[in-house]
Design a binder for this molecule. Sequence first.
Ligand code: HEC
Ligand code: HEC
Ligand code: HEC
Ligand code: HEC
Length: 130
Amino acid sequence: MEKRRVMTLAVVVVFAMIFLAVTSRSQEDVTHVQDSAFGQRMRPPVPFAHDEHNEQAEIEDCNVCHHLYDENGQLVEDESSEDSECSECHASNEQSYPITLVQLYHNRCKGCHLEKKAGPVMCAECHPRR
Ligand code: HEC
Ligand code: HEC
Ligand code: HEC
Ligand code: HEC
């Protein structure tokens, strides 16, 4: 290969690496639920050690939380929406305070804790005081 082409290739590779480093947030890094739809929070972000939580809770399917539905409103079994925040689909057209989004988080998180009789259900357990 001529030298210029090798150089071009090297530049492309470097840019690809930078792009990946910037864009791929992995679930290991998630320590809190911090949906960007909440501009001004009333409470501090909710502690949620993603991988640890899901291991302890023995949740196998990512789409228990990161679900995806088809045009007919049917859950797509083997797919997940892990790259989207909940708010990208829910309550995106509400203006100042997305109360529906709060309810959906509560339904999903607290709902399972109630059902399994494990995990926090009191406000202050998920929302530690400042
Ligand atoms: C109990 C619910 C739950 C389960 C189960 C779950 N996640 Fe998540 N995941 C979340 C929440 C909440 C966030 C944080 C969203 C936010 O606020 O940005 C998140 C974030 C992520 C992110 C970061 C997304 C981003 O926008 O940067 C990835 C990647 C991810 N999850 C992958 C997975 C994978 C893979 C699985 C299955 C092995 C999984 N999750 C199972 C709740 C869950
Ligand atoms: C790719 C789009 C999409 C993403 C991302 C998404 N949802 Fe959903 N969700 C839907 C759709 C579509 C439905 C079914 C139709 C409906 O009831 O709104 C649904 C239904 C639900 C329901 C049951 C409906 C109810 O009223 O109780 C809950 C709870 C829920 N989502 C919570 C969440 C949470 C929490 C997250 C983030 C971890 C999330 N969703 C991410 C699209 C999405
Ligand atoms: C499908 C069921 C399920 C869902 C959905 C779920 N949890 Fe849990 N969670 C559990 C179980 C089971 C435990 C208890 C695990 C154990 O034995 O310690 C738990 C424990 C916890 C704990 C205490 C232990 C720890 O990891 O710090 C917190 C905090 C928590 N959950 C937050 C959340 C939040 C926030 C969400 C929503 C984004 C959520 N959970 C969604 C099942 C669930
Ligand atoms: C199982 C955990 C859990 C419990 C229990 C819980 N919440 Fe939440 N709540 C969440 C999660 C997760 C969010 C989304 C947080 C985010 O993205 O910043 C949330 C969001 C909120 C928000 C919107 C964000 C903000 O700070 O303004 C309010 C307000 C709120 N919860 C109040 C309450 C109150 C009041 C209670 C008790 C009645 C309660 N929550 C119980 C998990 C929980």
